[in-house]
Design a protein around this ligand. Structure first.
Ligand code: ARG
Length: 461
């Protein structure tokens, strides 16, 4: 067991299981790159400010680069006795460069060190999430363009409501994923400040240059309050919130993919390479991938609730409870990225069963609202028109007919205002294309949405 760097005042070595319980290295080793990058910037800053000698900084930087190399080559020994990635890197550095390695921690604490590492990690992974979201958005927009004439039933309460374009449905999800992208951008604006230099909690007695380290590490600037710098994990919570919302969108979409691929519904067919079979029922082709995404959404919510709960009672400033931020964060990042990664090609490849969608859109009296609007245009108050059409639908149901199968004579039993031209309004295509209001389902309106989506993509590539 190695002597702890903080063990000066201790008379007993750490209990073996306490050491294990206390350690975070087996998960925070994931931060190694950011930790070393932060340390290099810190060492250079110390020498620029005359706090350590230039030759010392040079030795420290070279040593840190060697540590990085060892980790990347898989030659680094991650030892539970080193507690966390910060101490493991520093210990190895000192082995390589000798006692001068001990100067690296001048005017620094693990409290500001871990805060800067996690912020850099989030900034990095947020960029990956954005790239994956852009890819998914591109898939949706392409699919919307390629299926522009396809009509499907639109639902409320999962009952047929009004016919819509399948492209309009896809573009609804574009809007959600666009906002998810924007949420990630927004949280990055707040996360992008550098806590390094806050020290343990109160700042430092040395003449450090926090602007230099902040700028070198790619932050907008240093955080403004040292206590807040080491206490704050809202940037983790914001990331987990954005991740949860994005998973919620993926989960709703997944639920519909599962429903739409049910053989009785049969609106879409997933390709075989994105499905699995049953070990007993030979006929089965199961939508495991969207089911898993729906299920994994719960995990990401769990991470968010974990973090909110960890932070809710913590006094300022740093508390060891905060070490518990990493596993839920890492798990949420992995889950979100994997879900986005598998979802986009699944959607890209799935087959759209155009005839089945149209056939279903024609059922369930989906153009009843159009008949009511027709009567309104003849001067009948909407409420009255609604009632008339309700009676007409009841009659059609009793006679086992669709709305457009009724003769004008039959319809006139409910309103004398219904004339021959009614059929121009109650077909599927007429219904869809008459909803030409801004944001509506007509082909023209959907193409406007597509145009805006394309310029969103252009702006964010
Ligand atoms: N492993 C710790 C964490 O992840 C690093 C900071 C420890 N600071 C301390 N004073 N114990 O939060």
């Amino acid at each position: 067991m190695s002597e702890k760097p903080w063990a000066g005042r201790f008379n007993l070595p750490t209990d073996k299981f306490v050491e294990e319980f206390n350690a975070s290295i087996y998960f925070d080793k994931r931060l190694y790159k950011f930790d070393i990058k932060g340390s290099i910037a810190h060492a250079v800053m110390l020498s620029r400010q005359g706090i350590i000698a230039e030759s010392e900084a040079r030795a420290i930087v070279a040593g840190l680069e060697q540590v990085l190399d060892e980790i990347e080559k898989g030659e680094f020994n991650f030892d539970i006795g080193d507690e966390d990635i910060h101490m493991a890197v520093e210990k190895r550095l000192t082995e390589i460069v000798g006692p001068v390695g001990g100067k690296l921690h001048t005017s620094r604490s693990r409290n500001d060190q871990v805060a800067v590492d996690v912020r850099m990690y989030i900034m990095y992974e947020a960029e990956t999430v954005k790239a994956y979201l852009i890819n998914l958005i591109r898939v949706l927009v392409d699919k919307a363009i390629n299926h522009i004439g396809v009509v499907m039933p639109g639902f409320t309460h999962l009952q047929t409501g009004q016919p819509i374009l399948f492209s309009h449905y896809l573009m609804a999800y574009f809007q959600m994923f666009k906002r998810d992208f924007q949420r990630i951008n927004d949280l990055m604006i707040r996360a992008n400040y550098c806590p390094l230099g806050a020290g343990a909690l109160a700042g430092t007695t040395f003449p450090i240059d926090r602007n230099y380290t902040a700028n070198t590490l790619g932050f907008y600037g240093p955080t403004e309050n040292s206590i807040d710098s080491v206490s704050d994990r809202d940037f983790v919570i914001e990331f987990l919130s954005a991740a949860s919302i994005c998973m919620m969108h993926l989960s709703r979409f997944s639920e519909e993919i599962i429903l739409f691929s049910n053989p009785d519904v049969n609106f879409i067919t997933l390709t075989d390479d994105y499905c699995t079979g049953s070990s007993i029922m030979p006929q089965k082709k199961n939508p495991d991938i969207p089911e898993l995404i729906r299920g994994k959404t719960g995990r990401v919510y769990g991470s968010l609730v974990t973090m909110l709960t960890i932070m809710k009672g913590l006094p300022l400033a740093y508390n060891k409870d905060m070490q518990e931020d990493k596993e839920p964060l890492f798990d949420a990042v992995d889950t979100l990225l994997a879900s986005l990664k598998v979802f986009a090609p699944m959607i890209e490849k799935m087959n759209v069963n155009v005839d089945k969608m149209r056939q279903s859109a024609g059922k369930g009296y989906s153009t009843a609202t159009d008949l009511a609007d027709y009567l309104v245009r003849k001067g009948i108050p909407f409420r009255e028109a609604h009632h008339i059409v309700g009676k007409t639908v009841a009659y059609a149901i009793d006679n086992n007919k669709n709305l457009e199968d009724l003769s004008v004579n039959e319809m006139q039993m409910f309103s004398k205002f219904i004339e021959n031209d009614v059929y121009n309004y109650i077909t599927l295509d007429a219904s869809v294309n008459s909803r030409n209001s801004y944001g509506g389902t007509s082909a023209e309106s959907v193409m406007t949405q597509v145009k805006l989506a394309k310029s969103f993509l252009d702006d964010n590539l």
